[in-house]
Write a protein that binds this ligand. Structure first.
Ligand code: OSB
Ligand code: MG
Length: 368
């Protein structure tokens, strides 16, 4: 397949309310997309949901756009790229910058999917028809507001499990109150790297609350401190930010840093790498689930497809856009019933609402 044209564009979507986490606050959702056109005129789109500032991982939307438009995409124009492996090997000379690579890889998978009239999950080895999806609930500005926000989301959406964000100061008391209000609801917490080992007391207190897992309590690039924590508490430790590749996933397993992986395809450089990490986790008796970054419906459909692989075993953070976004750019809402998504039903939605795409596109540029 020869890539004839490429472009990069940004879509800025309104959130229903600010999304607050241990890394900071999102007030709107700025998303970078790559569009690839092959020499037969087939068009593929890849979304790589990152943030507008580098507060989650070192990479951010601005760095992605520069890297894509100055280096990655110009080198692909006119090139014959016969397979995803060929694309991945070309991209491998660039260190890090996984979100940028994942945007290109996703667009390429979309091309392959259309050229072969096969859904993404068939290309990736998906085996499940339906996948579980659950909610991630952002913080309020105080414990009181966080409790009210969480109760409102749980009562409104009856999720199969609730992931509650925590940060220093809004943690044990907050989670205890939600635990007591919903004694049978599976609850997990995500700290987004906002604690250090000095806060191990908080982790010990959380350990008494019967949580499904604690996600990324310590630094975004740490494995060793998480390994010490995992040895000292009963609650499983899940890593998100720290798992940036198959190699770091292997290191995490070797060190015992986590027993559960939140696999975000963008954070690990693409859907191929995400699939490999899921198999690694499965082979070592660890669990995995597909993480989200408040994608638009476009990125969520890709994530629904990867979550059909057999080693994605926990409820996925495929937080339906209706839970967060005041509007979306795909052809309709992803249907969910009692926390379950029938992935085949999303195939027809993998198409943009052109009027909305135009309305929310805040920037674009062509590369060759
Ligand atoms: O850490 O999982 C995270 C959203 C943006 C950035 C980081 C995270 C999140 C979420 C939302 O928790 C999960 C989702 O989009 O479904
Ligand atoms: Mg997380």
């Amino acid at each position: 397949m020869t890539i004839a044209h490429a472009s990069v564009f940004i879509v800025t979507l309104p959130l229903i309310s600010p999304f607050r986490t241990g890394f900071g606050e999102l007030t709107e959702r700025e998303l970078v997309f790559v569009k690839l056109t092959d020499s037969d005129g087939v068009v593929g789109y890849g979304e790589s949901a990152n943030l507008a500032v580098p507060i989650y991982e070192p990479e951010w939307n601005g760095s992605m756009v520069l890297l894509l438009t100055r280096h990655i995409l110009p080198a692909l124009i006119g090139a014959d790229i016969p397979s995803v492996d060929a694309l991945t090997s070309r991209l491998s000379v660039i260190r890090g910058n996984n979100f940028a690579k994942a945007a290109v890889e996703a667009a390429y998978w979309h091309l392959v999917s259309q050229r072969n009239t096969k859904p993404l999950r068939e290309l990736w080895g998906g085996t499940k028809q339906v996948i579980p999806a659950a909610i991630s609930i952002g913080l309020g500005t105080t414990e009181e507001e966080s409790v009210a926000k969480a109760k409102d989301a749980i009562d409104r959406y009856s999720p199969v499990r609730a992931k509650l964000k925590i940060r220093p100061g809004i943690d044990v008391g907050y989670i205890e109150r939600i635990r007591n209000t919903y004694p049978n609801l599976p609850i997990m917490v995500d700290a987004n790297a906002s604690y250090t080992p000095n806060n191990v007391g908080v982790m010990r207190a959380l350990d008494r609350l019967g949580l499904v897992m604690i996600e990324q309590p310590y630094a975004y690039n740490d494995l060793a401190d998480h390994a010490s924590l995992a040895r000292s508490i009963q609650t499983p430790v899940c890593l998100d930010e720290s798992i940036t590749s198959y190699h770091t996933a292997e290191e995490a397993i070797a060190l015992g840093a986590c027993s559960i992986f939140n696999i975000k395809p963008q954070r690990v450089g693409g859907y191929g790498e995400a699939a490999r990490i899921s198999r690694l986790a499965g082979a070592h008796g660890a669990s995995a689930w597909c993480g989200g970054m408040i994608e638009s419906g476009w990125g969520q459909i890709f994530n629904c497809n990867i979550a059909t692989l057999p080693d994605f075993t926990f409820e996925n953070d495929i937080c339906l856009t209706k839970w967060y976004l005041a509007d979306d750019i795909i052809a309709g809402a992803i249907p969910e019933r009692h926390g379950v998504i029938d992935v085949a039903e999303t195939d027809r939605l993998l198409s943009f609402d052109q009027e909305k795409l135009t309305r929310y596109r805040t920037w674009q540029t062509d590369v060759g």
